[in-house]
Structure formats: structure tokens, C-alpha cells
Write a protein that binds this ligand. Sequence first.
Ligand SMILES: Nc1nc2c(c(=O)[nH]1)N[C@H]1C(S)=C(S)[C@@H](COP(=O)(O)OP(=O)(O)OC[C@H]3O[C@@H](n4cnc5c(=O)[nH]c(N)nc54)[C@H](O)[C@@H]3O)O[C@H]1N2
Ligand SMILES: Nc1nc2c(c(=O)[nH]1)N[C@H]1C(S)=C(S)[C@@H](COP(=O)(O)OP(=O)(O)OC[C@H]3O[C@@H](n4cnc5c(=O)[nH]c(N)nc54)[C@H](O)[C@@H]3O)O[C@H]1N2
Ligand SMILES: [Mo]
Length: 773
Amino acid sequence: MDDTTYKQHSSHWGAFSARMNGGRLDIRPFEADPDPSPLLANIPASLDHPARIRKPLIRRGWLEDGPGPDGRRGSDAFVEVEWEEALQRTAQELRRLGASPSLSDDGPLPGARVFGGSYGWSSAGRFHHAQSQVHRFLNSVFGGYVASVDTYSSGAGSVILSLVLGNAIKLNRDHPYLRELAQDTELLICFGGLPLRNLAVSAGGSSRHLGKSVLHKAAARGCNFVSVSPIADDFSDLPGLTRIAPRPATDTALMLGMAYRLHETGLVDRAYLERYTTGYPAFEAYLTGKSDGVAKTPEWAESICGVPSSEIAALAERAAKSRTLINVTYSLQRAENGEQPVWMALTLACMLGQGGLPGAGFCYGLGSIGNIGKEALAVPLPTMPQGHNRVDDFIPVAGISDLLLKPGEPYTYKGEVRRYANIRLVYWAGGNPFHHHQDLSRLKEAFSRPETIILHDSVFTASARHADIVFPATITAERSDIGAGGNDPYLFAMQRFAEPFGEVRDDYSIFADLAGRLGCSEIFTEGRDTDGWLKAMYEPTRAALEKLGHDAPSFEDFMQNGRIELPVRDAPGTMVRFHRDPSGAPLDTPSGKIELFSETVAGAGLPGHAAWLAPAEWLGAPMAERHPFQLVSNQPATRLHSQLDFGSTSMAAKMKGREVARLNGDDAARLGICEGDVIRLHNERGSVLAAARPSDAVLPGVVQLSTGAWYAPEELPGTGLTCVNGNPNAVTSDAGASALSQGCAGQLCLVSLEKLQGAAPQVWPHSAPFHER
Ligand SMILES: Nc1nc2c(c(=O)[nH]1)N[C@H]1C(S)=C(S)[C@@H](COP(=O)(O)OP(=O)(O)OC[C@H]3O[C@@H](n4cnc5c(=O)[nH]c(N)nc54)[C@H](O)[C@@H]3O)O[C@H]1N2
Ligand SMILES: Nc1nc2c(c(=O)[nH]1)N[C@H]1C(S)=C(S)[C@@H](COP(=O)(O)OP(=O)(O)OC[C@H]3O[C@@H](n4cnc5c(=O)[nH]c(N)nc54)[C@H](O)[C@@H]3O)O[C@H]1N2
Ligand SMILES: [Mo]
């Protein structure tokens, strides 16, 4: 496609316009974006990178021996086949597994043995949203599927807040924290920092990146900031910034030390606790040591988190004397006992008694995702209906290996005992489990179990390598769509700007074809083509705009013009209404108030209030004698997860193609490690190689390796499976955050670390599969 006009488009990391210009792709960030993301520069490589899949692929062992558990997954060769053969064989396999247009609810549905949770971000675009498409397809042909609940982002945090505060994600969605931070906050305390790199990203897109300008406005007004993080560059250098670097995983102890100081100095707002919360006395008995004999003094906290007790006490007093917003990023809860720091931050904010004041109280996830804290929208966004899942079974999303390895075995979730289904088929579209899941050697074992694994992706990821049938999907550049993100005030037309690569097809057209072969065409397509769906999905938004008296262009005009600015809501959000009238506008919790003690949590075998529960993997644990470094595997600054790892922003940050791990300069000197040396991080679960970068931004005892390098396992002498490209999930643990939430705990784990002896193995290129016929 060669065209001189720019086409409007959007991505999770920002809106842009693009044109093909003599075979080269020009990209221009959205003109109203004050702080466009460097991730946009990864896009050009996506068009025709060697890692792209051009035709359907079938794993040789599956083709020759048929479906069944197979330990060759991950190392087998792939055969490139024609679309007709791939679709026909897939339809035959789905039929064998029970796909049919007439499924009755009387017997067990075949979908009860299909895992379709299919977690992953895929790309922006409301219609070509791969997860919605695969769910709709499985509902249409199997009557449903075993689903996944919660997210890798916020498993433990969302579960605890749903119990003690109501729907946290919604609360954040309808409260304008960013505006209040710019105007009202006097002291912002951020547990997990507020890394602007993470604000680049929002699911569905971010039109205007506001984080930087909001922080600067607040700073110019005299707002002070406290960044609590083991990594100094998790917060921008701003006037009024204090950095506190606790040992990772110990924030709950630090916050308890602050709470104790409030208690002993009479700074607890008891009237607030009385009016808006329930359960404080049980928490107070724990805080003072009445219930367990240990007073959670700042000195006690220091012995755990390593922050001087005087700093802890001073921070508590400062918080009580300022208009203070306490924020926890998602990172803290993506860890063992990840519920506790979130609940404790909420408890601390309640003790300060400032909830309901503009710019004060408790916030969850500011600094994690770009749209958190933006204004809520007054109109609904276009949505692809997923149909009805008649299979009433799910796993907490990070339970995927357990599901496949332990069919029929019990597990707990939110206080209930449930059992894992017996899965025959895994169908994945729009995610990369061999990027996102923990303990990838174990996931490899789990992926050997199903009879068949089908996956759609545009590139040959490690997950594609572990599947049986791989369908090549278009990328967003190659199709038209509607782009929109929750709380983002623009609707974008995503105009196609590139010719499809090879013989790739849209996820929708792959599913529509399969549905047709299975006699389920009408239920899946409802007789619509892509344009028909886009129009139908746009209409509710258009109608709502019209009703509110706003400009409401026809679908054709919208797609042609490229965007609409959406109105924001001016009604007060849930938290404001609750604080105005706690009995008239109660929260969605058992008591209607904020629960500082929860019967459900206590019933799940945890303390019924926020508490310091030492994890198995932290720097004070017995395991640290064997593995003395805390790995922080945070989000990458240069890409979204594993997406476009081969793009130019991502590649430019690597050293000789290898992912970079940062460690403190003194630790590096002690171990004889210099900039660029290849180091090996390892524990009993596996090992991973990275290029070392000594940095004083990193707390001693900590090593930081971001996620997203493509998993490339090799058996090296004496190391077990080693990822030579630098994926930290080679060493992380996939035990759930707790028996309550079973959330992803992948952010932190313990490792040993040393300079690699001998020649370092080559990094694997991002390449197409080895295929034959
Ligand atoms: N150790 C550790 N692990 C973590 C985390 C951590 O902090 N530490 N964080 C976790 C978190 S928060 C998350 S959200 C997950 C992210 O995990 P994922 O969301 O699985 O990661 P992505 O790399 O975004 O994977 C998206 C995949 O979809 C493909 N794709 C894109 N567009 C399309 C499309 O239109 N159709 C199809 N079929 N495919 C498409 C991409 O090529 C890519 O392979 O990782 C988790 N893993
Ligand atoms: N550029 C970019 N942005 C992204 C993403 C991406 O892939 N790339 N992914 C997006 C997604 S899906 C999500 S869910 C969010 C995730 O958002 P977060 O989970 O908030 O982000 P992380 O980068 O994993 O972690 C933020 C920081 O927390 C600090 N931290 C880790 N453990 C601890 C601890 O125990 N205590 C304290 N005080 N600090 C700790 C680390 O130093 C880390 O840099 O990011 C989103 N934003
Ligand atoms: Mo996430």
C-alpha cells in the first residue's frame, strides 16, 4: 500500500497516524499528545519482520501421529500448510472434541474440557480484540469453555479490594485522581514509585499521555512526593521528592510502622474510622501487639524493611499534617501475600481520615496504567459481544500450569474449594503465555498434557512454538477497527495502512470460516462481515452522543474523519458519594463500609485484617542464604510485554542483542561483574542469562530484569533449562499470591547471580519457525 496521505490509527501505547512512503513507514504521534511514547518506534518492524508467520503451521508430531499429550511440544519442527488443509484439519479436530451447532444443556457440554481463558493483551481495537473473538467462537461451537478470572496485572489486589472496598478497578475508573493530584494533593506517597514508562500504556489506547504534565503541575504548586521503591528511577526527578528504598516485599511492615506512629502520637482519626469503616479494633489489637505480643513499632518495621525507624516515624507525621494521597502500584501485589500491602495502604489511609477530600485518601494503580485517574466518560465504548458461556467453570488466571498438570485436584479461591477441570483442548488467541506465566519450565511440562493446542498469532513466539496448530493473524496495521480505551476521551478510527503480510487472515475471518465448517456460522457471525460489526458496535456510542446533544457523526463520517472527542461525566464517583453519605450511598461490601476486618478473608485462612506475613522469597527468608538476590521483574520501558521485542526501541536498549539486568554497583564490584558481562541468574526452577549493568539506582541485594525478552530455553551444561534471551519467568515461581486470590506473584523471587564462566551462548534471533514439507 503506497499512499501519500496519513491514516489515523491507535495502539495500547498511543494514537498515531501512519503512511507508507516508498516502502518505508512514516509514523506521526497524535498531535494533541503532549508526551508521545517511544514505543511507537517499535511499530515499523512489525510489518515484515522475519518472525512473522506467513502461512498456517502444523507441528510435525501432531500431523503425523494425531492429537495426544506430547513432550515434543516446544522442540518439534513445523510444517507449513495451505489454508484449506489447516482449516479442514482444525474443523475435524474440533468436531472430534464435540463441536456442534446443537448442544443441549442436559449432558455435560464439550466446552467443559476446553480451556479458552486465553489471557493476553493482543492489540488495540475493539472488534479485532482476539480474546473477545476466541471467547465468542468457543461459546458458539462448544457451548462455552473453561474461563479465567482476574488478571496477571492485579490478581491479589483486585480480589482483596473487591472484598473490603468494593470494585476497586471501577472506583479508580470513576475518580479523577490525576486532576486532583495536579490541583489539590500536598503529599503524594507512592508505594512502587510512579514510573512514567508504565503510564505510556493503557489497554485500548491512550490519546494524551498526561502523567508527566500532571506531576510537573503538582510540583510547581509545591506538592511533595515520596517514592517508596527499591529502584530509584521509578519516580521522575522532581523538586520536593524524597526517595525511600525498602527491601522488596516489605512495604506492609513499613506501613505498619507508620500506622504505629500515628497510634502512639494520637494522630489516628477515630471519627473517620467510626463513620466510614468497620473492623478497626481487631486491626488495632494487632498493631499494638495486644493480639500477638508484637508491637509494630517503627523500630520493628526497620528490622524488616531496612528503612531507618526515624524516617518511618517522620513520614507518618508528615502524612498526618498534609493533604496526603497514598497510592499503591500493582507491582506490590504481584507477589506472595500481595493482598497485604494493598489492604494495609487502605488501612493507613483510613487512619489518616482524609478519604473524600479532593486529592487525598487511597488510590490503587496510579503509575501502573496510563488511564487510571483520568476522568470517567459519559458515553459507552463500542464492545464486541462475546456470547453466552454455558460452562460454569474457571481458573484464577495464573493457575494455568496447575490446571493442566493437576486435573481433578482441589484448590481454593476466595474462600471456596474448587477442582481443576480435565482439559483436552487449549485454544489461545492474542496472548503469549510463554512470556507471561511464571516458572516456564513447569509451563512447558503443562503444555505437554492436552490433546491439542491451537493458537493464533502474527509472530512465531515461544507460545506458538509450543502449540500444534498455528494460524497466522493479521496485525493491526493490516485491518480497520475502532480504537478506544477506558477513560480515554477519544474514539479513534483505526484505518488500515498496510497490505497483509504473506497469506495472513484476521482472527475474525479464521473463526468465521471454522464456525461455517462446523455448522455454527449464523450464531458466530450473525450474518455480518467486519464492516457490519464495526457499524453495529459504533451505534450505541453514537446514539449516546446524540442523546447528550453532542456531535454524533455517522459511522462512515467517523471512519473517514478519524476521531471523535468524547464527553466526560461530571457526576461524582462512588467514593465521593460514599463519603458524602455513607448510609445513603454504601459501598459494595458486606457492611457497606470500608472493611478493615473481613470475615471472608479470615475464612480463607488469612488474618482477618491487614498483616505482615513474611513471604518464602524475600531478603530476610531462610532461602536467601542459598539465593541472596531479590529479582524484581518489572515492566519493560521499551516495549509492551513481549510485543515487538524486535522493534527498534526495544532492540536499542539491549546489549549485543541480549536483555539487560541491572544490579547495584557495589554488588557488581564484589562479584567482579562489569558493564556488559553476561551474568546468570538461577534458582531451583531454572536459569536465565542477561547482560549486566551496574547501577546505583538499584538497592543492594536487588537485581532488576524486566519482562518481555522472548523465551529461548536451552540445556546448558550444569544449569538445567536456561533462557538465553533473558526472560525472567525462567526463574520466577508460579505459586499463587495466597490461598485467597491465587493471584500472579511473578514480580519478585530469590535468585543466585554470577558472571557466566566460558563462552556465552548466542541469543536466539526473533525468527520464523523452521518448517518443511
Ligand atoms: N515475571 C513477571 N511476569 C509477568 C509480569 C511481571 O510483572 N513479572 N507481568 C504480568 C502482566 S501484568 C501481564 S498483563 C502479562 C502480559 O502478558 P501478555 O499479554 O500475554 O503479553 P503480550 O506480549 O502483550 O502478548 C500478546 C500477544 O498477542 C499477540 N497479538 C497481538 N495482536 C494480535 C492479534 O490481533 N491477534 C492475535 N491472534 N494475536 C495478537 C502478540 O503478538 C503477542 O504475542 O505478563 C505478566 N507476566
Ligand atoms: N512501558 C510499559 N508500560 C506498561 C507495561 C509494559 O509492558 N511496558 N505493561 C502494563 C501492564 S499490563 C501493567 S499490569 C502495568 C503494571 O504496573 P506495575 O505493576 O505497577 O509495574 P512494574 O513495572 O511491574 O513495577 C513498578 C515498580 O514497582 C517496584 N517494586 C517491585 N516490587 C516492589 C516492592 O515490593 N515494594 C516497592 N515499594 N516497590 C516494588 C519496582 O521497582 C518496579 O519498577 O504496567 C503497564 N505499563
Ligand atoms: Mo498487566
